[in-house]
Design a protein. Structure first.
Length: 379
C-alpha cells in the first residue's frame, strides 16, 4: 500500500510539473486575429449555444462533435470566460491522459522511463503541444482520453465501461468509430465474450446514427469520400511521408518503426491493436493535419516503446540525451515564439535528432523473446 501511495504521489507530482512546464513553453493561439476563422471558430459558436445545440449554424463535420464544445459552454455559464473554459478542460484532459499513461507504463517499467514518456508526449508540438497551443481543439484530447479508457476496458473485459466511453467518444469526434472495427477483431480473439461486446458496441452505433438524424449542419459539403479524394495526393508527397516517418512521433518515430520490424517487439501487439494503429495511420488520407491523425496510435505504441527502452538497460548519458531531445523537439517556431530556429532549421534538427535516436535505440536494444510481455491494452 505504501509503495502504491508513493507511486501515485510521484506520478501526480510529475504530471502537474510537466503540465505547468509545457503550458509555459508553448504559446497560445491568436483566436481573435490570424486564426479567428479556422476550426476553432466553429467550436466557439457551439460552446456559446450551450446548453442548446448549435443546430443549423455550424457545417459538417463540426456540427456532430457536440460533446467538447458543450462541456466548455456549460463551464462558461459559471462565470468563467469561454476561451478559458476550453483551456481549463484541455489542461484537465491532458493531465488525466499523462497520469493514465504514466501509471500504466510504471506497471512494467522504471519511473525514469515513465517520466521520459510523459515528457515526450507533453512537449511534442505534434502530440499534446498542439492542443496546448490551440486549446479550442478540446475534442482532440477528450477523444484521446476516451479512446484510451475504451481500449483499457477491452483488456479488463468491461463491456459497460466500453459502451459508455465509446458512446461519449462518438459525441466528441467521428474518429472514434474505428473502435467498431477494432472490437470486431477483438471478438475473434475472445469468442466467449462476443455476445456482451456486440451489445457494448450498440450504444455507440445508435449515438452515431441518432446524432446525424437530430443535428442539422449548416452545410453538408464535407464527406469522408470527398476528404479521401482531396488528400489522396499524400501517398506520393515527399513532405507527407516526411511528416509520417519523422515528425509525427518525433524524436522517437523512426526508432519505433525500426523496432516494429523485430519479431519480439511486434509480438507485444495483439491483432486488434495492430488494426487500431493501422486505422489511425490511414486517417492521414482523410485530413489535412498528418501528425494529429497519427497521434492516437501512440496510446498503443508508447507502452511498448517504453518497455523496449527499459529492457535495453540504456546508459545514463543516453537517457539524459533523450530527455534533451524531447525538450529540443518542443522548439517549433509556430508554437514557441521565442524559439531561435526557423521552420527549415527546426525540421532539419528534428530529422537529425530522430535519426540519431533511432540509431542509438536500435544499437543498444538487446535481442530476445519478449512474447510474454503484453501491452497495457492487451488481454
Amino acid at each position: 500500500m505504501q509503495r502504491y501511495r508513493t507511486k501515485f504521489t510521484l506520478t501526480v507530482s510529475v504530471v502537474i510539473l510537466v503540465c505547468i512546464a509545457s503550458f509555459l513553453v508553448f504559446d497560445t493561439i491568436d483566436y481573435t486575429g490570424k486564426y479567428a476563422t479556422v476550426d476553432l471558430a466553429q467550436y466557439r459558436v457551439m460552446a456559446q449555444a450551450a446548453p442548446s445545440l448549435a443546430v443549423g449554424t455550424v457545417p459538417a463535420p463540426f456540427a456532430y462533435r457536440i460533446a467538447a464544445p458543450w462541456f466548455a459552454g456549460m463551464l462558461s455559464h459559471t462565470g468563467i470566460p469561454e476561451p478559458l473554459s476550453f483551456r481549463i478542460l484541455t489542461l484537465l484532459c491532458i493531465a488525466l491522459l499523462l497520469y493514465r499513461i504514466g501509471i500504466n507504463i510504471q506497471q512494467t517499467c522504471s519511473t525514469t522511463i515513465s517520466i521520459l514518456m510523459m515528457c515526450w508526449l507533453a512537449f511534442s508540438p505534434f502530440a499534446f503541444g498542439f492542443c496546448i497551443f490551440n486549446y479550442f481543439q478540446l475534442c482532440d484530447v477528450l477523444t484521446l482520453l476516451l479512446l484510451l479508457l475504451a481500449l483499457e476496458s477491452l483488456r479488463t473485459f468491461n463491456p459497460l465501461t466500453f459502451a459508455l466511453t465509446s458512446s461519449l467518444a462518438v459525441l466528441t469526434r467521428e474518429h472514434a468509430m474505428i473502435l467498431v472495427l477494432v472490437v470486431v477483431v477483438w471478438m475473434f480473439l475472445h469468442r466467449s465474450q462476443t455476445k456482451s461486446m456486440l451489445l457494448a458496441i450498440m450504444p455507440m452505433l445508435a449515438v452515431f446514427i441518432v446524432l446525424r438524424l437530430v443535428v442539422t449542419p449548416l452545410s453538408t459539403d464535407w464527406s469522408l469520400l470527398g476528404s479521401f479524394l482531396d488528400y489522396l495526393h499524400k501517398l506520393w508527397s515527399p513532405e507527407a511521408w516526411f511528416r509520417v516517418v519523422i515528425t509525427s512521433w518525433s524524436p522517437f518515430g523512426p526508432a519505433i518503426l525500426l523496432l516494429l520490424v523485430r519479431k519480439e517487439v511486434r509480438n507485444q501487439l495483439l491483432p486488434h491493436e495492430w488494426l487500431f494503429i493501422t486505422l489511425n495511420c490511414c486517417a492521414v488520407l482523410v485530413a489535412k493535419d498528418t501528425e494529429r491523425m497519427m497521434l492516437p496510435a501512440l496510446l498503443v505504441l508508447t507502452p511498448v516503446f517504453a518497455r523496449v527502452l527499459a529492457a535495453a538497460t540504456l546508459p545514463v548519458w543516453m537517457i539524459v540525451l533523450f530527455f534533451a531531445c524531447t525538450v529540443a523537439n518542443a522548439m517549433h517556431p509556430l508554437y514557441v515564439h521565442w524559439s531561435p530556429l526557423t521552420k527549415v532549421q527546426y525540421y532539419a534538427l528534428n530529422a537529425g535528432m530522430s535519426m540519431a535516436v533511432a540509431f542509438l535505440v536500435t544499437r543498444f536494444v538487446r535481442s530476445g523473446n519478449h512474447r510474454e510481455e503484453r501491452t497495457i491494452l492487451s488481454s
